[in-house]
Every structure is written in structure tokens, then in C-alpha cells.
Design a protein around this ligand. Sequence first.
Ligand code: GDP
Length: 197
Amino acid sequence: MPVKQAQFVISNSDPAKCPAPDRPEYAFIGRSNVGKSSLINMLTSRTSLAKISGKPGKTQLINHFLIDNEWYLVDLPGYGYAQVSKTERDKFAALINGYLTTRSNLLCTFVLVDSRIAPQKIDLDFMTNLGEQGIPFVIVMTKSEKLSATKLQATLEQYRATLLETWEEAPQIIVTSAITAAGREEVLALIHSLNKE
Ligand code: GDP
């Protein structure tokens, strides 16, 4: 079911100031430049709901969007931008952790990874942290149209094998592309099914 309405609600740097947790909520996070803004725009069929930035590491706020008056889509700051100071990184980690651990209506976090890049420690550590805190998540592979079907399959297998070193069962992986809109139905179907639970 495509998104009909998408509206920006609020940006803030304090999890306590997020909108009342009165609707199911889904957060999107990943390394800077992974394609998060493009994915959010693709999912909501908008061209510029989330700003596609030429400058990685810019969004340092928690951005809430209300979708179809039914659920919140949350654009979290991108992590792992090398040119950010340790102080900034610590501030970021505190912001994200504060958000992830206090948001009672957060039903699933979508962790974005670039399908062209082998599994990275920073992403795997982030997922382990989510698992340890009991925060449900799904992995979203971005930019998949850049890979041939064979290469994509190999990448998925590599990811699953790496994940199985830590996880008893590999977390779900959804393959997407902001260019071809691959994965849109799968992500939205998951959201809609969780909304109904
Ligand atoms: P963010 O920093 O994670 O929000 O990433 P952006 O959405 O701003 O995208 C970073 C760069 O990747 C931009 O140059 C996008 O045009 C490009 N990009 C994003 N998604 C895709 C995709 O699905 N396919 C391709 N080929 N490029 C993409």
C-alpha cells in the first residue's frame, strides 16, 4: 500500500521532546552517505521529504515525519562520519541511545547498509548493541541496482555468514534501491503488518 500522506513534524536533539508516543514508530539509521534520505524519499514517494545531502554527517537531529496519520517515520542522524570529533561522536551516541532506549512506541529500527560494501565493524557493532538492548531491527541494503544479481547474491551470503558469527539466527535483510524502488513494498508491508499487531 503506497504512502498517501507524509508530513514533517519536528526535528530535535532531545529524545524527551519527540512527539507523544501515540502511534507506532519506525527509525531509519545508517552510516553517513548510505542512502538513508534517498530511501526515505523512495518509501514515501516524495522527492525531498528527507534532504539528500552532498555533505555527509550533517543531520544531527532526530526528525519525525507523520505518515498517513498512522505511523511515525524517524530519520536518525547518520553515524561513522570520519571527520567528526570524538566529542561530537559521543554526543551523537548519547542522543541515539537515549532515543532508542526510551521510545516506547518504536516497533522496528531499519539499519541501512550499502550493498556494495562488505560488512563493516561499525554497523555490526551497532546491530549487536541493538540486540543486547532488545531493540528489534531489520537490515536494509541500499543501492542494490548497482550490483548484478550474482554479485548481490554473493553479498547477501557474505552478510548472512558474518551475522551468523554473532547471531543464532541471521536478522532479516531487505534489499532496496532508491533508483528502482526495489524493496519499497517489502518495507511498507512489514511496517503495515507491525502496525496491526
Ligand atoms: P544519506 O547521507 O544516508 O542520507 O544518503 P543520501 O540519500 O544523501 O545518498 C548519498 C548518495 O548516494 C547520494 O549521492 C545519492 O544520490 C546516492 N544514492 C542513494 N541511494 C541510492 C541508490 O539506491 N542507488 C544509487 N545508485 N545511488 C544512491
